[in-house]
Design a protein around this ligand. Structure first.
Ligand code: IVH
Length: 678
């Protein structure tokens, strides 16, 4: 594969993961794998800048923006952090900081809290607004929800803070483990799907449209940053002092420690031994903590020095996150069972001796497909290595050759569906049950249809569905809305929730149908393009090639959609769902780069002319950025021009004109600082 193809592939893959993570709150890969792919892409793009795609994920932070909340522009963008996985990477980072400052600097370190970032804005000491990170430039206004978090101070009674019309503190909203366990137990008892991890639970809660839910769910907050200001007082010069002093003022701040600092004097530097000591200390403390953390953040302690370090478009250079490695354990395989999914796909489930990993006891993991079982040498009685990070479901990472153990039994793949006895057919690496009335498929389809990400009908659990299937009173998802027999099972809560599901947007209806390869994000893409499920049906059957033009839609999806929509029974089902009142259409959004909640725009009133070739971003991206931050992109240099953003090879005529008119010429780095340090 050549560089161009690989760049395209990585761009597509990473954009997909980002979308799943930030919008659907689902992690499809481990953080490490994600970072590895991101680095590969960064390196390829650095070597071949002309091949970088305009939608490259290296150019932005992920987005968690949702439709229901008012969007607010951040005064200062909320950036992300660069990651390190080893002591060496931390040392390299420290060298780069030292190179900027010219000598050793003190470093502060804090837990990397595993939740969602939030920005709290205080006006004259009173909490005025709380905004999520969103895409880094603008976030969701979740003020009412954040006010429901006990530890968030609604008022800070401190003279320096009360004197300011705007005092901003940033930090992390998270869910403590105890609260998480209780919440999931309740959800399971109610037949609702449990949250995969505390981070997802916190995200779902913070984005709830009812603040009473937030109150009940007991979120917590740790605050760790005050964006740099022009004037700062004695108590906020250094990260550790700032955290301690804010704590004294009643603000729940991060625990912050110094390396290489003693009684205000730097006594030694940030070296290998120190770093190892800090990491070991955290690894030992972590299991005792009552809230989730996924690493350690190292920061230049002196806040003045920070401003000299600068930032990239994505992350500041004065801080770095050391991420804990996913935990791994070796165990013995005891059994392999086969599960039939909603599309008929038969997936092996590998059961093994329980192993403690990332805070839970893990007993099974997916065996993916026949090829995977083979590659991993999975055999009953054989050994495997299992991994689990903070975010993700456990997975098998290494198969230890079964020949190393004496008594092992090979896994035989079934030829017939373990649920309905219909023959299995192979497609790619997977086997599918082709039974028309396979109860397992129906069960999975119904469970998927009512799930939170799909129609979100609360109160219908797997047990209830199983009963219906055993009694033979359900044959498809539309029965939930039509069948009188089913209704005898419904509580008022289910009836209410079913009514609410009729206003679930069309892209979620499409996702709920459970069409193969049409996940939540693909469904969203499709409806964004066509605006209606019926329109999609026409395109998918009449001119499927059109679908391929959508970034993120591939051949498999296109074929699968074509098949689904040419099936008469499916069309009949759609019609019934439409008659029941489900949403089949949604508005096609008109992109607006500059709509925001009225916060200040650093480039407002400025006209900037772009000239030359750039390294960090393309000209088009700079043009978009100028507009996004409130400025105007001028086409030629005139007395109305405020700045010329110059890359290499700037036209000599332009340069002369700018110099003649006394217009400031700035380079990429200066421009990026202009929009970041506003
Ligand atoms: S400092 C410019 N300190 O990690 C960003 N971030 O992976 C400065 N995070 O977006 C952030 N604990 O949401 C900082 N003690 C801590 C943190 C922390 C968690 C989060 C934050 C950030 C993300 C980056």
């Amino acid at each position: 594969m050549n560089a161009k193809q690989r760049i395209e592939e990585l761009t597509k893959q990473l954009n997909h993961y980002n979308y799943r993570y930030y919008v659907d709150h689902v992690s499809e890969v481990s953080d490490q794998e994600f970072d590895r792919l991101m680095r590969e892409l960064q390196e390829l793009e650095a070597k071949n800048p002309e091949l970088a795609m305009p939608n490259s994920p290296t150019q932005r932070v992920g987005s968690d923006l949702q439709q229901e909340f008012k969007h607010v522009r951040h005064n200062i963008p909320m950036l992300s952090l660069s990651n390190a996985y080893s002591v060496d990477e931390l040392l390299t980072w420290y060298d780069s900081v030292k190179a900027v400052y010219g000598k050793d600097v003190a470093i502060a370190y804090e837990p990397k809290y595993d939740g969602l970032s939030i920005s709290l804005i205080y006006r004259f000491g009173k909490l005025a607004q709380a905004v999520t990170r969103g895409d880094g430039v603008q976030g969701d206004d979740v003020t009412e929800n954040v006010k429901m978090i006990e530890r968030v101070p609604l008022y800070i009674d401190q003279p320096d803070i009360k004197a300011q019309s705007r005092f901003e503190i940033r930090g992390e909203v998270l869910m403590p483990f105890k609260t998480f366990a209780k919440l999931n137990a309740e959800r399971e008892a109610n037949g609702e799907e449990p949250f995969a991890n505390p981070r997802n639970a916190a995200a779902g809660t913070l984005k709830s449209t009812r603040s009473s839910v937030v109150r009940e769910r007991g979120l917590d907050v740790y605050l760790y940053e005050v964006p740099l200001r022009f004037t700062s007082k004695e108590w906020e010069q250094d990260q550790c002092d700032l955290m301690n002093n804010l704590w004294r003022f009643g603000v729940p701040t991060a625990q912050s420690f110094h390396v290489g600092y003693y009684n205000n004097a730097i006594v030694d530097c940030f070296d290998k031994e120190r770093i190892e000591y800090v990491i070991n200390d955290f690894v030992l403390r972590r299991p005792l903590m009552d809230y989730p953390i996924d690493g350690i953040v190292f920061k230049v302690a002196d806040r003045h020095i920070r401003s000299q370090c600068g930032a990239t478009y994505k992350a500041p250079k004065w801080a770095i996150a050391y991420k804990f490695n996913a935990e791994r354990m070796i165990t013995t395989v005891r059994d392999v069972t086969f599960q039939v999914g909603r599309t008929g796909q038969v997936t092996p489930v590998v059961h093994f001796d329980p192993v403690p990993l990332a805070g839970t006891l893990v007993r099974k993991a997916t065996g993916n497909n026949a090829d995977f079982l083979h590659e991993m040498h999975i055999a009953i009685g054989g050994r495997i290595e299992v991994e689990k990070g903070g975010e993700i479901i456990p997975k098998i990472v290494v198969g230890v050759d079964p020949c190393a153990t004496k008594d092992f039994k090979e896994v035989t793949y079934p030829k017939y569906c373990p649920e309905c006895g219909a023959p299995l057919v192979k497609d790619g690496s997977n086997y599918y049950c082709i039974g028309e009335s396979c109860p397992a498929q129906l069960q999975a389809r119904l469970e998927h249809f009512v799930s939170r990400e799909a129609m979100n009908i609360q109160g219908i659990g797997p047990k209830m569905i199983e009963e219906w299937i055993n009694d033979g009173i359900v044959k498809d998802v539309a029965d939930i809305y039509e069948s009188e027999k089913l209704e005898t099972f419904f509580s008022t809560r289910i009836i209410l929730s079913r009514t609410e599901s009729k206003s679930v947007p069309a892209h979620r209806v499409l996702f709920a149908l459970g069409i193969r390869y049409v996940g939540a994000s693909t469904a969203k893409l499709l409806l964004k393009r066509y605006g209606s499920i019926n329109m999609l049906a026409v395109i998918a059957t009449a001119c499927p090639d059109q679908l391929l033009q959508i970034d993120g839609v591939g051949v498999d999806t296109t074929i699968s959609l074509g098949r689904w929509f040419s099936d008469k029974e499916n069309l009949e089902l759609l019609k019934r769902l439409q008659t029941a009142g489900l949403q089949m259409d949604e508005e096609i959004p008109v992109p607006t780069a500059s709509s925001n909640g009225g916060e200040s725009q650093p480039l407002a009133g400025l006209t900037i002319v772009i000239s030359g070739v750039f390294e960090e971003h393309s000209r088009d991206e700079y043009r978009a950025m100028i507009e996004q931050y409130g400025g105007k992109n001028g086409s030629s240099v005139s007395k109305n021009t405020d700045y010329v953003l110059a890359g290499s090879n700037m036209g000599p005529a332009k340069r002369e004109k700018a110099e003649q008119l006394g217009i400031e010429i700035i380079d990429e780095a200066q421009f990026l600082r202009l929009i970041q340090n506003s």
